[in-house]
Design a protein around this ligand. Sequence first.
Ligand SMILES: C[S@@+](CC[C@H](N)C(=O)[O-])C[C@H]1O[C@@H](n2cnc3c(N)ncnc32)[C@H](O)[C@@H]1O
Length: 262
Amino acid sequence: MKFIGRAKADSPPQLVAAVGAIGGSDRKGRQGKALRRLVPALMVLGLLTAFTKPGRRVTRMLARRIDDRVECFTGPGSETYVRFFAPIFERLYKRVAEDAAREMSVRRLGRGGTVIDIGCGPGDLVVAVSRRLKQARIVGIDLSPSMLLWAGRHATTDGRIKFIVGDGADLPFDDASVDMVVSTLSLHHWDEPADVFAEIARVLRPGGVALIYDLGLLTFTEAEMAVIAVDAGLEPEDIVRERAHGGLIPSLFVRYRVEGLA
Ligand SMILES: C[S@@+](CC[C@H](N)C(=O)[O-])C[C@H]1O[C@@H](n2cnc3c(N)ncnc32)[C@H](O)[C@@H]1O
């Protein structure tokens, strides 16, 4: 302390800087030590949360709590979502659109047909799908009128792309009239997921398919989804849980697949 004080008073700036560097390197050394202790602790914590059942349960519970607090799809909430969240998921929408195109071609449905996006929000996925399936009619459905105000920018005058206010639990489509259902980040918001899955099964044509993507941390567990399937009047194995692929953001998602039954 004394030494530093003297240096400050009588020494040229270079010496003060050198002394400061000595004190700084001491502090840095202490910080480095603390960091070296913290990193393994964080790694152990990470492993516990990722690879143990209780860890995963706690992480899921915390993530759901945080999500409950931030979810808000009225005016300002929609704007925040459009400006900050939707751009983060751009890679996901592209990936889902590629998956959708592949499924349509495997099923020999070509690039046409009717596709619906449940909980379409501001419509980014609808746009991505419309770029891959150039002849398809794509309808985005969402409970939130303020989200649809944003989505409306992408609607086309010929009706090929349109957006309607509606509930996934009460789809305005005839039985067996839809070739594909897609959805991203909406499932964990559905109040009655069983009712929505029942509707999906009702509107899908035989040979059609639903691909429902949701964040792994927030979505239902396999056991919870089996109960939802039964409540929807389906067999547990009718809703198949799959891993999503295609880079960092998509790999945080799981995908639920429902095949259109005859
Ligand atoms: C997190 S946003 C996701 C929006 C968009 N799919 C995306 O990936 O950016 C969830 C959306 O689901 C909508 N939503 C929630 N429950 C719904 C339901 N039962 N039917 C239709 N839309 C629903 C909300 O209004 C909200 O716009």
